[in-house]
Design a protein. Structure first.
Length: 356
């Protein structure tokens, strides 16, 4: 019988190896992960379309599925075009905004009569604004360049998804273990569907409200900042903060007075505060059952491995780990530590099967 220390050592070695493979294979895995997300969104939207009813009539599957596919493709193309146009224009205007930011620092130093005036290079590297915009444009270009690979992955996933259940069932030696695995997969799917449906709705509302506030005040690139707020809202805690900082900083250099800056910072701050502290928790409930500290650690871990994509996926990935660990006696302590309350549905934990 293996000692607990030996089992722990093997587990740590396995986790370290998996982490190393995730880092080394990032360029290969990220397009496939994005393809999985797109494939999941297509199937989820197809399911939603199929549940829409007009009287006694509802959309059949052979109509709902192509409609979902076309909708995802059209939305993705539209958003990518808007972001690309806005980033291109922002890249052209970036040197002007940097000079304006340097003027703001000079005016601040003169106002407070500082002997050693504050300079932009004291706080940020040289050409920070153009470099940030260039980095954003590079990210969009990288996404666009990998779109063909993602499309190929999605195509093969769609073509082969009818065989997934049959293959999954064949992985297990007896029907009892197969049923337990299907139940675990259904639980994971429910949790992720619950998370993404609410998070997407809330993020969409946040992005639209952000764009509306910026349009009313007159700040340029409102659509770009709305999209940024939409994406960053998937990143726990720090995403909402960054979504307020970017347009507020632009307001400082775009306007000659502090009034618009105060209005934008206050308006966007109220939106993020209301959504993050009242609306989203009420809609989300306690279904995720994740510790706040675990979410932050997961954010740092997946962000270090997969960048922004890892930050967006950190919560659903951690939820999957908790559900899987809770199903087995040996890994149950891991699920308890990751959970918020320590209650992980112990009655549902799979017992070792005695059948061959």
């Amino acid at each position: 019988m293996r000692s607990p220390l030996f089992s722990l050592t093997l587990s740590l070695m396995l986790v370290s190896m998996i982490g190393w493979l995730l880092v080394v294979g990032r360029s290969l895995l990220l397009p496939f992960v994005i393809a999985l997300i797109v494939w999941y969104m297509i199937n989820a939207l197809s399911h939603v379309f199929g549940r829409l009813t007009i009287g006694r009539w509802s959309l059949p599957g052979f109509i709902a599925f192509p409609l979902a596919l076309l909708s995802i493709f059209a939305i993705g193309t539209f958003v990518l075009d808007i972001v690309t146009v806005n980033l291109t224009q922002l890249a052209q205007d970036a040197p002007t905004y940097q000079r304006r930011l340097e003027d703001v620092f000079n005016q601040t130093s003169s106002y407070f009569k500082l002997n050693d005036p504050i300079e932009l290079k004291d706080l940020f590297p040289d050409s920070i604004v153009p470099r940030m915009v260039t980095a954003g444009a590079g990210l969009v270009t990288a996404l666009a360049s990998s779109a063909s690979l993602v499309f190929i992955y999605v195509l093969f996933l769609l073509l082969e998804q009818s065989t997934f259940d049959r293959k999954f069932e064949k992985l297990f030696p007896n029907p009892e273990k197969a049923r337990a695995a299907f139940a675990m997969r259904a639980e994971i799917n429910r949790s992720i569907m619950h998370y993404f449906s609410i998070k997407t709705t809330v993020s969409l509302a946040t992005g639209l409200l952000t764009s509306l506030v910026l349009i009313v005040i007159g700040l340029p690139y409102a659509a770009l900042f709305g999209f940024i707020a939409f994406v960053l809202n998937y990143i726990p805690t720090i995403g909402s903060l960054i979504g307020v900082i970017f347009p507020s900083l632009l307001a400082i250099v775009y306007y000659d007075t502090l009034g618009p800056f105060i209005a934008i910072a206050t308006g966007l701050g109220l939106i993020q505060f209301s959504v993050g502290n009242f609306i989203e928790p009420r809609l989300m409930g306690s279904n995720l059952n994740l510790s706040g500290l675990v979410i932050m650690l997961s954010l740092a871990f997946w962000g270090a491995i997969w960048g922004v994509v890892g930050m967006v996926l950190c919560v659903p990935l951690t939820v999957m780990i908790v559900i899987v660990c809770a199903r087995f006696e040996a890994s149950r302590p891991v699920a308890v530590l990751l959970s918020q309350t320590g209650e992980i549905g112990l009655n549902d934990v799979a017992k070792p099967s005695t059948g061959e």
